[in-house]
Design a protein around this ligand. Structure first.
Ligand code: ADP
Ligand code: MG
Length: 320
């Protein structure tokens, strides 16, 4: 029997949380990033790491060095954003196989540092080695966060509104285009996901949200993380945000966009909950700063074992 990703992580969790090393650790395995720091200082550190493996997460005939460098940073910043942390430092690990040219690595490095500059990040270390088969890019991102502003996956209550920070499904539809050899502007949405750091930090600072995560695995899977054991989400299917380009492409390819919206993954938008008492102030703040947000449902008490949705469409039932 092979172990699932969660079996492996669970195995590591069991052994990792015991004293004496917990002093200064405020959030361990299980959230989008870990939080640690000096208990006497208000600002703590948030740290996260993502791997991009050739053949698993990307193909070199589909992505160029500039987009790859951007994406390696963006997916990590997404995890820091999901905690409402301010990104500060990066470490970069590279395992470079013979089929990757020095010109490619040069362009990658230039683009990596360019994105660092634009996002006010410093590259402070890493590791480089020769690889055998696949190009492997490992980025560790470190940010700052004060505990009272941090947004964890758990924290939503019954009645909280469920929001998403942008349209869904575009990245997965872009990937479908790459697979089919179809040209579309959506490909760019797959290669260059959004960075929602500023919006996330605002949400944290104003303490509008009760919980937050980022959508990397797909709306339904990441939503389960916010629900935990006690909550369910009632999704308003008619309000799931899809942009015009995605609708047009789905029609052109004869695809139902719904599975892309619900499970496509790699949207790297934020998924968060807003309690009723914060709702008015939150919406006022969004319109003042021109943050586009989409209310897609609300949190309810869990009755059965499964997530239940309004207007639940037959066919997706099987996924649960
Ligand atoms: P994300 O999609 O937000 O990057 P993952 O689903 O990869 O998060 O991981 C879920 C949690 O498990 C995170 O808290 C992550 O830090 C932790 N985790 C994943 N892989 C490992 C590992 N090999 N060792 C320790 N912790 C891990
Ligand atoms: Mg995440």
């Amino acid at each position: 029997m092979t172990l699932s990703e969660w079996d492996i992580i669970d195995g590591l969790v069991q052994g990792s949380s015991k004293p004496p090393h917990r002093l200064g650790l405020f959030q361990s395995i299980g959230d989008d990033a870990a939080i640690f720091g000096n208990p006497r200082e208000a600002k703590k550190w948030a740290i996260t790491q993502d791997l991009l493996v050739e053949g698993v997460h990307f193909r070199l005939d589909w992505i160029g060095p500039e987009d790859l460098a951007y994406k390696a940073i963006a997916v990590n910043l997404s995890d820091l954003a999901a905690m409402a942390a301010e990104p500060r430092f990066l470490l970069l690990g590279l395992s470079i196989p013979p089929h990757v040219s020095t010109a490619f690595i040069r362009s990658f490095s230039k683009a990596f540092l360019g994105t660092c500059r634009r996002e006010h990040l410093s590259l402070i270390g890493g590791d480089t080695c020769k690889g055998k088969r696949s190009l492997v890019i490992q980025v560790t991102a470190i940010g700052t966060i004060s505990l009272r502003h941090a947004l964890l996956k758990r924290g939503a209550r019954t009645g909280d509104s469920l929001y998403v920070s942008g349209p869904l499904g575009a990245s997965a539809l872009g990937l479908a285009c790459l697979r089919r050899g179809v040209k579309s502007p959506l490909i760019r949405r797959h290669l260059r996901p959004p960075i929602r750091s500023r919006f996330a930090q605002g949400l944290g600072r104003h303490r509008f949200a009760s919980s937050m995560t980022d959508i990397s695995d797909g709306l339904l899977l990441d939503l389960e993380e916010l629900c935990g054991q006690d909550l369910d989400a009632k999704l308003d299917f008619d309000r799931l945000p899809i942009d015009r380009e995605s609708k047009r492409l789905a029609a052109r390819l004869g695809l139902d966009p719904t599975p892309f919206l619900l499970g496509g993954g790699e949207d790297y938008e934020l998924l968060f909950t807003i309690p009723a008492r914060k709702h008015t102030d939150f919406l006022r703040w969004c319109s003042k700063h021109r943050h586009k947000v989409f209310r897609i449902g609300k949190m309810i008490r869990r009755k059965g074992r499964q997530l239940s949705f309004a207007h639940f469409k037959k066919g997706y039932e099987a996924e649960f």
